[in-house]
Design a protein around this ligand. Structure first.
Ligand code: ZN
Length: 260
């Protein structure tokens, strides 16, 4: 099932289920009551997919991020492989949806794309999960771009500024509740040019390990997002670019603009 959050033609914001195969011109989206966790109830209100505007598919209470989780990416930035998952957070205010602009802060001269598979949590109060129980906490998979001010990441010595500007966490375009996560292409293009082409089979710490590890630190709430690290090939984006992250058949595209 494909779950999106959208604005309908009357300007109402809701979650919905995308229906349809093949060409998108035939797709529809049907609103659901409330949030998509637990038992899902369709309202019968349905629109053409092309007539709604998609938002970020979820508003997480936190985005938990994993650094250096692909060996080739750790190497390209000259870093050792981590012995344990390296966690950091992005604030909820960094989240934007498909088509929303990534705004480059004037204080940085080097902002990079990072294509990542994102796990959306569905469980209520997931805490101290074993690796074996981790799957039960997953609601679905979406695509993420862990936009990073690389110069500030280096000069600050920690990542609380570089990863956390408004608009630095594009998510979407929807949540796929059926996607297997263990061998999924994770691809980035900028203006159609290939930049990153990895697969989650190369994750150092796999998804169940990450969920278990993180849930021993902080309770995971429904809608929380874990972004699982980026493959090699990270590189700069500049104003005027269009950056696309592809995770399986999910494609998340955002324009890049200079912040005013
Ligand atoms: Zn990242």
């Amino acid at each position: 099932m494909r779950i999106a959050r959208f604005v309908d033609p009357q300007g109402r914001m809701t979650f919905g289920v995308i229906d349809g195969d093949g060409d998108r011109s035939g797709w529809t989206i049907e609103a659901i009551d409330g949030h998509p966790f637990g038992r899902l109830s369709r309202t019968g209100d349905r629109w053409a997919y092309d007539d709604v505007r998609l938002l970020s598919p979820i508003l997480p209470s936190k985005v938990v991020c994993v650094g250096r989780n692909y060996a080739a990416h750790a190497a390209e930035l000259g870093n050792e492989l981590p012995k344990e998952p390296m966690l950091f957070l992005k604030p909820s205010t960094s989240v934007i949806g498909p088509g929303d602009p990534i705004r480059l802060p004037a204080v940085s001269q080097r902002v990079d794309h990072e294509a990542e598979l994102a796990v959306v949590i569905g469980a209520t109060g997931a805490r101290k999960l074993t690796r074996e129980d981790a799957d039960q906490a997953i609601f679905g998979i979406t695509a993420a771009n862990d936009v990073s001010a690389r110069d500030l990441q280096k000069s600050d010595g920690q990542w609380g500024r570089a990863k956390c500007f408004d608009s630095f966490c594009p998510l979407g375009p929807w949540i796929d509740t059926d996607m297997a996560y263990d061998d999924v292409p994770v691809i980035c293009t900028v203006d159609g040019q290939p930049r990153q082409d990895g697969s989650t089979k190369d994750l150092i710490f796999d998804v169940p390990t990450l969920i278990s590890y993180i849930s021993h630190v902080m309770t995971l709430l429904p809608g929380d997002v874990i972004i699982t690290g980026t493959p090699d090939g990270v590189g700069p984006i500049v104003a005027g670019n269009e950056v696309s992250v592809r995770v399986g058949d999910l494609e998340l595209t955002n324009p890049v603009v200079a912040d005013e």
